[in-house]
Design a protein around this ligand. Structure first.
Ligand SMILES: NC(=O)c1ccc[n+]([C@@H]2O[C@H](COP(=O)([O-])OP(=O)(O)OC[C@H]3O[C@@H](n4cnc5c(N)ncnc54)[C@H](O)[C@@H]3O)[C@@H](O)[C@H]2O)c1
Length: 372
């Protein structure tokens, strides 16, 4: 509880925010709103939340903003508000993000981008050059990196010796589940199919976070339902080890599961999204240990600052998102991107280039080199 009392003092000044996308009826808007408010580090000044004008204005209640602070276009928003905001949070679908980044960069407004950064390689390169040349603040919300257990894995990984191989899996069931309501844009595959953008981008953020590198070569199989790609197996070659991804929307019965298994010369590490507060650690002498929030020798799992409440009170997805926003606030104020957790601009571009090659390898039915 001490943490809550300290929240007011934690940051000298609130970061003034515009939000683009993230309407009350969007998938991810509510999670961002709750996380932002929980940090007490941000003030939402204005927004352009939805393409639908009626729905857009309805966000007045959702975001507790007066209707005159809700704009129908980004141009209009920036014209009236660019001096009143520090950063813009971009929560729109990935397609055509570069047009939004261009408007923001031209007004020198820094950017927080939901993943994935873009929806194709060409636009990603354009946006990367633009944001880098304008020298504006940039951070992204690869939220799985905000789980304390995921931070713990990064810390533990040196104990398992040279990495030999890993298996990351993210099976979901939205393409087969009878009650799924799928947003229109998610059913239109573009240069890089949405399945890669949606799920493999997360997996690659974790690859980069754990190993400080992305694969040098990739290969994959893709499967489609009648409308869009909904299942992928991918194989990844690195300088000294190999890895495998399985990500899917057709895995009936799998409800947003995510598992991480990493095997090294001296041990292995396993984490499952269904048990966010524990890591299974095995050494090569037959010992198996479970690290949790009470483990003396954990670093991040036992840090109460990263959780809303004490051990025994499951937090999970929202706490991880709040941690990401805390890291962003710290980075903004210190003018320094926290190492790896926020996935810097260059790595955002590299993730897009890697996704592009994973898709191309499936089309060409061959290994593809990833040139970053
Ligand atoms: N991190 C996660 O776990 C997670 C989960 C879900 C979605 N996402 C990401 O969040 C982003 C948004 O996804 P979603 O599922 O919330 O989409 P959504 O379709 O549910 O909502 C997007 C909203 O943005 C609005 N919008 C689109 N273009 C706009 C523009 N130019 N100006 C203003 N508003 C605009 C739409 O009208 C809509 O209200 C995607 O990049 C997606 O990959 C991330």
């Amino acid at each position: 509880m001490v943490q809550n009392l300290e929240l007011n003092k934690k940051y000298k000044k609130k970061i003034r925010l515009a939000i683009i996308g993230g309407s009350f009826d969007s998938t991810i808007g509510k999670t961002h709103l709750r996380s932002l408010l929980s940090t007490n580090a941000y003030e939402i000044i204005c927004g352009c939340f939805s393409r639908n004008k009626t729905k857009n204005k309805k966000n007045s209640k959702f975001y507790s903003l007066s209707k005159k602070k809700i704009y129908n276009t980004i141009k209009e928003l920036l014209k009236h508000e660019y001096k009143n905001i520090d950063l813009a949070l971009v929560l729109t679908p990935p397609k055509n993000r570069h047009k939004i980044y261009l408007e923001l960069a031209n007004r020198k407004v820094g950017i927080i981008a939901e993943k994935p950064f873009e929806n194709n390689r060409k636009d990603a390169i354009k946006s990367f050059n633009l944001i880098r040349n304008k020298k504006i603040f940039f951070a992204s919300t690869y939220n799985y990196l905000g789980y304390p257990a995921v931070m713990e894995i990064k810390h533990l990984i040196k104990n398992i010796g040279q990495i030999r191989n890993f298996v990351f899996e993210m099976p979901q069931q939205s393409s087969t589940f009878y009650k799924s309501v799928i947003k229109n844009w998610r059913t239109h595959d573009d240069n890089i199919p949405n399945l890669h953008l949606d799920l493999a981008s997360h997996l690659l953020s974790m690859v980069y976070f754990f190993f400080d590198e992305l694969p040098s070569e990739v290969n994959s199989f893709e499967q489609s339902n009648k409308i869009y790609k909904d299942n992928v197996y991918a194989w990844l070659k690195f300088k000294k080890f190999i890895g495998q991804f399985w990500y899917s929307k057709n895995s009936t019965g799998k409800n947003n599961e995510l598992s991480i298994r990493i095997f090294g010369e001296k041990g292995s590490i396993e984490w499952n999204h269904s048990q966010t507060e524990q890591i299974i650690y095995c050494d090569n002498k037959g010992n198996k240990a479970i690290l949790n929030r009470l483990s003396q020798n954990s670093k991040y799992l036992r840090d109460n600052e990263l959780f809303t409440y004490s051990s025994g009170h499951p937090g999970g997805f929202l706490d991880a998102f709040i941690n990401i926003y805390d890291f962003i606030a710290k980075s903004y104020h210190s003018k320094r991107i926290e190492p790896n957790i926020l996935i810097n601009l260059k790595t955002n571009l590299d993730i897009m280039k890697t996704l592009d090659k994973i898709h191309e390898s499936a089309i060409k039915k061959t290994w593809k080199k990833v040139i970053l």
